[in-house]
Design a binder for this molecule. Structure first.
Ligand code: SF4
Length: 280
């Protein structure tokens, strides 16, 4: 998946060892290339730009860890506003607890979560999670989350209807453990920037973030939702590059200053011509 260093758009114009006269500056750059610092810089710079632009997002909006899990299952293939309505229905009936939902009739559950769409399938998925929780962890989220991250992820992925994105959402936002959540926005935005391949898989994309960012649940939490904001409102199917904070922040930064501040990522390299023309 990963692009080779030579094809990374953020490195265009950087002198390479052996091709130009070696200066202290070019040696410094060459040494940073071998440690993959430029990628790291790109990801942390994009994070800072998005955070400055959108501010903290305070995600996930839920009163309890269990509510996060139910939300993570219900949000599959639907807008969040529909999930809110379904959760509200469960709250009104005082059913938002593992035991109460476990004992609830399937049809009644499906009816209550109808606003989230695909309600029969989602009711089965919620029930599958609860069956797993009660069979293997005595109905206790505390016991479930006591597993280390890889074990917890492996276990969640065995549950029918819980795929990688839902599992990672549960691990990050309910368990508070540092796993990066990848979604369609992540793939779209970062492939447009040339940082990942258009055909990168979920696991490849996740690894790219994990390898190039500090392993922090707080950072992963905020970064994912900032990506969602950008993808939902600006870097859409047809991107609005003119109002994009990344574009605005990097455009006009003199190359010299950008290099001095270790800003290897240059917007024009990534966005034109593919993205700015909205062809992706
Ligand atoms: S500049 Fe355009 S293509 Fe690049 S991230 Fe922003 S909206 Fe997306």
């Amino acid at each position: 998946m990963s692009q080779g260093l030579s094809s990374c758009p953020s490195l265009r114009g950087v002198p390479r060892s052996g091709t130009t006269k070696q200066t202290p500056r070019s040696k410094e750059i060459a040494s940073s290339l071998t440690s993959f610092a430029p990628r790291n810089d790109a990801l942390t710079n994009i994070y800072s730009i998005l955070y400055r632009h959108f501010g903290p997002r305070h995600w996930w909006p839920a009163d309890t860890k269990f509510e996060v899990i139910i939300g993570a299952i219900l949000t599959q293939n639907t807008a969040w506003v529909n999930v809110e309505r379904a959760i509200e229905n469960l709250k009104k009936e005082h059913l938002l607890s593992p035991k109460k939902l476990y004992n609830l009739d399937n049809k009644k559950l499906a009816e209550l979560i109808r606003p989230s769409g695909y309600y029969n399938i989602k009711a089965k998925r919620v029930k599958a999670f609860l069956k797993f929780l009660f069979e293997y962890h005595n109905g206790s989220l505390k016991k479930l989350f006591a597993n280390n991250l890889p074990d917890l992820r492996d276990q969640l992925l065995t549950v029918n209807g819980i795929g990688p994105e839902t599992a990672d959402s549960i691990i990050l936002y309910a368990a508070g453990k540092p796993t990066f959540v990848v979604d369609a926005y992540t793939k779209r935005i970062f492939s447009r920037q040339g940082l990942i391949s258009v055909s990168a898989t979920y696991e490849e994309t996740k690894k790219f973030f994990a390898d190039n960012l500090p392993r922090s649940a707080k950072l992963f939490n905020e970064y994912h939702v900032l990506i969602v904001e950008l993808g939902k409102n600006i870097c859409k199917t047809k991107p609005e590059c003119d109002v994009c904070p990344i574009n605005a922040s990097l455009r006009g930064v003199p190359t010299k200053s950008a290099r001095r501040s270790k800003l290897r990522f240059k917007c024009g390299d990534c966005f034109a011509p593919r993205c700015a023309r909205g062809s992706q």
